[in-house]
Design a protein around this ligand. Structure first.
Ligand code: SER
Length: 314
């Protein structure tokens, strides 16, 4: 199976590439940025811009993928600094990819939505189907992408599937997300011996360790279509407070200084998101199960952060 990944240089892409290869896929990576050092040099790397229709069609014509994993996006915090770019990349970019897949007969499209697609005032855990009124440009474009994908499925038969990711944590470099404080406690905490989170210590949002996240994407892509009763699924793993994450990191990195100084803009984004997701539909329809809770994640991640620092990659 031939797979094209957009946004391959981002936090998810760099872990998704080897995971898909491990499942036997022939992976072509792509991004607007050049291949990062963390990506193996033998993975083909297409350089293109999802906002450029000609480039999008050119890549799909060259690669002829059986499935597209569409990861390219501007995340929530960065998106509030440059909303017009977030709109172009997330909204127009997703439309360009869907439309080119339709025109060129790419059969399957895997989409990454987010907790940021929900707005404030919803029940916790938030159900799979609920009124979605996000307050960030990122969230608004992600909901629109979900709806567009469902339209392409109903109207043109594109096999569109997606997950709503919690905030993702790995031994990597995050790119402008509001959930990044959780990751920085590990990476910057180890690199500098200290990190100040930009939120209150009682801030609680849904989070997930990256090995669970990439497995979820690929398991959803591989699930038998006849079992799926919807296109987009909540997936959940854990919802620790920022303070609970700090406690876990302090237990693993002796002497690390973890403090909290809330930034009003990013705190408001965090406060607008649900604290927990109801993922029972994913559990029923494609046997989704998370593996990592906070303790298991910390134990697995600390040696990986150390190895990345040793290689100069963080
Ligand atoms: N991690 C993302 C962000 O913070 C949420 O999907 O923007």
């Amino acid at each position: 199976m031939r797979v094209l990944i957009t946004g391959s240089g981002g936090q998810v892409g760099l872990d998704l590439i080897p995971f898909l290869q491990g499942r036997g896929a022939e992976v072509v990576a792509s991004d607007i940025v050049p291949r990062p050092e963390a990506c193996a040099p033998d993975v083909p790397w297409e350089h293109f811009d999802v906002t450029n229709v000609t480039e999008v069609r050119g890549v799909l014509e060259r690669v002829k993928p059986d499935v597209v994993y569409h990861l390219a996006a501007i995340l929530s915090a960065r998106g509030e600094e440059i909303p017009h770019v977030a709109y172009a990349v997330n909204q127009t970019g997703t439309y360009n990819m869907l439309e080119a897949c339709r025109l060129l007969g790419v059969p399957k499209f895997i989409y990454t939505s987010t907790i940021a697609a929900f707005g404030p005032g919803l029940p916790d855990p938030v159900p799979n189907e609920v009124s979605m009124r996000p307050t960030t440009m990122y969230g608004i474009t992600k909901v629109a992408g979900e709806l567009l994908g469902e339209y392409y499925r109903a109207k043109w038969g594109l096999d569109f599937r997606g997950v709503r990711f919690p905030g993702l944590i790995n031994a990597g470099v995050p790119g402008g997300g509001t959930s990044d404080y959780a990751l920085h406690m590990y990476t910057t905490g180890m690199k500098r011996g200290a990190y100040e989170s930009f939120c209150h210590d009682d801030t609680r949002i849904p989070l997930m360790y990256m090995p669970d996240a990439v497995r979820a994407l690929v398991d959803l892509a591989d699930a038998p279509r006849e079992r799926l009763r919807r296109s987009v699924y909540n997936i959940a793993a854990m919802s620790p407070t920022a303070g609970e994450i700090a406690e876990s990191v302090r237990g693993a990195i002796p002497g690390v200084q973890l403090t909290f100084e809330s930034d009003p803009l990013r705190q408001a984004i965090l406060d607008s998101w649900p604290k927990a997701l109801d993922d029972s539909a994913a559990r029923e329809e494609w046997d989704w199960r998370h593996e990592y809770d906070l303790t298991a994640m910390t134990a697995d991640m600390i040696p990986k952060v150390r190895a990345m620092l040793d290689r100069g990659l963080l």
